[in-house]
Each structure stands twice: as structure tokens, then as C-alpha cells.
Design a protein around this ligand. Sequence first.
Ligand code: ADP
Ligand code: MG
Length: 560
Amino acid sequence: MASMMQPQIILLKEGTDTSQGRAQVVSNINACTAVADTVRTTLGPRGMDKLIHDDKGGVTISNDGATIMRLLDIVHPAAKILVDIARSQDSEVGDGTTTVVLLAAEFLKEAKPYVEDGVHPHSLIRSYRTAGNMAIQRVKELAVSIEGKSLEEKKSLLAKCAATTLSSKLIGGEKEFFASMVVDAVLAIGNDDRLNLIGIKKVPGGTMRDSFLVNGVAFKKTFSYAGFEQQPKKFLNPKILLLNIELELKSEKENAEIRLSDPLQYQSIVDAEWNIIYDKLDKCVKSGAKIVLSRLAIGDLATQYFADRDIFCAGRVTEEDLQRVAAATGGMVQTSVNNVIDEVLGSCEVFEEKQVGNERFNIFSGCPSGQTATIVLRGGADQFIEEAERSLHDAIMIVRRALKNSTVVPGGGAIDMEISKYLRQHARTIAGKSQFFVNSFAKALEVIPRQLCDNAGFDATDVLNKLRQKHASGEGANYGVDINTGGIADSFANFVWEPAVVKINAINAATEASCLILSVDETVKNPKSESAQGEAAAGAMAGRGGGAMRGRGERGMRRR
Ligand code: ADP
Ligand code: MG
């Protein structure tokens, strides 16, 4: 094609693939729509789950947008942006990952006819940005604060938010049970930012209802040596010593060389080794601790030694669990047993080794600083528990968010309909073609209630009409899809609540992503960029091309 026009000027390496122009924008939009279609059916309480199995034979069943997007291994450069926003939503707020992908794809879908008709993408982008900002402003106005309530009230409000998140998940059937568990866990860790203070332990077997919350720490019994059976398995108010050293009889390093002139001297070396370990053990016992935990191995000698003195020990405790025990019991992890003072010992009300399913668990409860909680999850299949863990993670994040920002909005598509109405009203006051674009943005927001209906098998057109009418009447701002009857209902009254930050972040990220994709009108593919060293070359090319070739498309995408 190009050869028929001007003589060709080649700026790029041979084999470089470029595609550009309006067709490129449209093709990017199509790719994004295709990606959104894969997660579309997972939205809402009646959403379906996806089973993804990878080339290594791993199987994951999930309802979580971010998890699915991550596992899909998307290669299309524009569609990858959707994966990124799902991930950022997941790390920012923890929930609303399907929502953000659907919104972004819908914004783009609405923009497509305009692009095809020759509207310059930048006109669209400008209108979308304004509409996005107005939408966020409106969410903030409509959000209801839960500040200043008593603890009991707050608890039940937070449990409602958690229940809304959980209702779309595999464990939705037991949402109240898990919601209150999640709220208790989050309140237990208080203002601490470290999310890993809430441990989730998975024990296959039993039913969901057998899951329980430990107000403290629980971890699976570690590998143990003979003598362990004789150790006591339950203590009241024990002192706990946390170590990061090995308590094992160590023969001298293999490469050490010692010359002896008298065979008797050999015995003294062996004795010295024994003395070292006995000295360490003795110091542990003298510290007054009844429980000794170490991140490194505790050998058979030490196990027996402790057993003889009615002390419980566990070696090879994972770093994470040890930190959690430290946070909960107020102890400090020691790297030496010399001078163990009382202050570094932790304590708890009850320590117990208990049977959970067919595993033994070490459980520390009634911890003084109480800054940890552990949820022990039970359930049938492995995949089921894995998904349950991901769902609880969403719920935990939501409760933390709600606790921090303490404003909520009605879910079930209510807030989306209300903003849509607001933007439509605003659009009428705009002169010029921008009116159409803002209108399209408003229409795109309706994708959430529409998809909720579609996924539940309701007549989406019918429900949406009812919703539009209700919202237009001016007093139905809280009305959303009623997932139980297929009609409409006051989401606020039904306690379908979401933290406002979920919506704000979702609209923000979706608007940004759609604008980004609309602004890309050229993709340059460097043939060598597949190899690792080619990566650098690609960067160099994009830099060079910046002036000559407008390689900004490719770079724009790499940026995120
Ligand atoms: P995401 O990954 O975006 O969080 P979900 O599958 O969790 O997707 O679905 C969330 C949507 O489902 C939200 O729009 C929320 O308002 C809606 N939803 C949750 N529970 C209910 C319910 N009981 N009735 C109606 N809508 C609900
Ligand atoms: Mg969710």
C-alpha cells in the first residue's frame, strides 16, 4: 500500500510491525471488550465462577476478577491495561475488581461508534475525564458516614459490608457467619497496618461451619522429634520464649581440622560440644519460659531435655507465624539465649495443642496485646478452601477500608444508577457534541445493574427501566437490583452496602484506563523485544522513535 505512494522512508528495523490510525483504536477496544467478556458473568451474588487450569496442571476456581485476569495470561498489549487496573484495584481496596474491568470495557464500547464515525479520540477523552470527575464527586456527596457510632453498631454495620462482598462468592451461603468472623478479626488487629497479622490457615476436611476464629495465633504443629509426646500440651498463662537459633547438637564443621596428640583429648572436644548445647538449653529453662519456639530446628536432644522439664517446644516455625506470635504475646524474637530478661518473654492466657481435622494445631489464645487473629478455614476440596481464602481476603480488605474511611454507598447497582442519572441531567446542560459523550459515559455506568440482572437470569431491560424511573422520580436514590425477587429494592434498607472507596477507585481507574486506551493510535512491535536483551533495545528504540516515529503508543503502555 505504502509503496504506491511516496518512496518509503524506513526509520525502524526490518521486521518491525506497526499498525496505526483509527483502525488501531477500534481493534484495541475490541480486545478489551473480549477480555471483559470473560469476567462479565462473575459479577454479583448470582455470578458464576471460572475454572482456570494452567499448563502445569494447576486448577483454580475463582470468582475474583483480579485472580482470573492474572491467570488468563493476556498477551494483547492494550488489554493488559485491564489486567493492571484489576490488580491495582485489588491492592488499593481489595474488592470491586470485576466492576472496574467491566466499567472500563463499557466506557470503551460506548466510545467505539464515535471513533468509527471519525470523532477525534481526544474530544472523547476530555469529556470522559470531566464525567469521571463529576461521578466521583457525586459518589462522595451521596456516601453515608458511619462515624461516631458505638462499637456494637459499628460492628454490625461493618458486618453488612463484609456480607455484601461475600455474597458474590462461593462461601456466600454462609456469609453472616464469615462476615462476623472477619469483622472480629479486623477489629482485633486494631490500627496496625500489617495485613499479615491476620493469619488464614487452611485445613481440608470438615464443613465451612467448622471454620473458627482464634483470638491470637494458631499454626500447624511443626516437625518434631522423639520426646515430643512427653511434653505437656496445655498451659495456662505460660511464658513464651521466641528464638531464632538452632538448638541442635552440632558436630564441628566438616572442614575444621584439629590435630590431636592424645586420644583422650578427643573426648574433651566431644564434651565441649555437649556443653555448648546443654548450656543453651539450660539458659532457656532458666528464663522461666514454659514454651520455646524457634524459627530454626530444635533437635531430638533439646526436645527430650525440654520434655524432662515439662516445657513445650516447637522448631522450624515459619517466620510469619513467629512474628505473629511475637505481636500477639508481646514477646521479642531472640538471636541469643544469653541474658534472656523477663521483658522479652511473651505470654498468653491459654496455650494448647489441639486436633483440627487430621492436623495438630498449636493455638495461643487470650493474648495480652491481642493484635492478631487467625482464621482457621475448613472445607471440602482444596480449590474450595483456596477460593474461600481469597474471598475472605476481599472481605477483610473491605472491612478495613470501611473502618478507615467509614463511608458507605448502596450496592446492587443503586449508586451506579444514581450517578448515571446525575450525569445525564448534567449532559442536557452542555452545548455541543460533548453532550453525547457524557451521555455515553452515563449509559456505560448502567452496565453494573444490567450485568447483575443478566447473571441472575432476570429481564435486564425490564429491571433497568424500573430503576431508571425510580431514580428519575427523585426519591429512589438507594434503589438497586433486588437479587432475590428480580425486581428492584432499596439497597440501603436491605443492607447491601459497599464502602464508597470501592466505587470511587473503580470509576477513577476505569476512566483512566479507557482514556489511556483511547489515546493510543499506534502500536509498534519490535521483533526482538521478546528476548531479554531485546527489552533494552526496544526501550532505546522507543526513545529514539519518540521524535521521529511517534512511538508513544508502545511506551505509553509500558509505563503502567
Ligand atoms: P467485584 O469483583 O467487582 O467485587 P462481585 O462479584 O463481588 O464483583 O460483585 C459485586 C457487585 O455485586 C457489587 O456491585 C454489589 O453491589 C453487588 N451485590 C453484592 N451483593 C448483592 C446483593 N445481595 N444484592 C444485590 N447486589 C449485590
Ligand atoms: Mg466483590
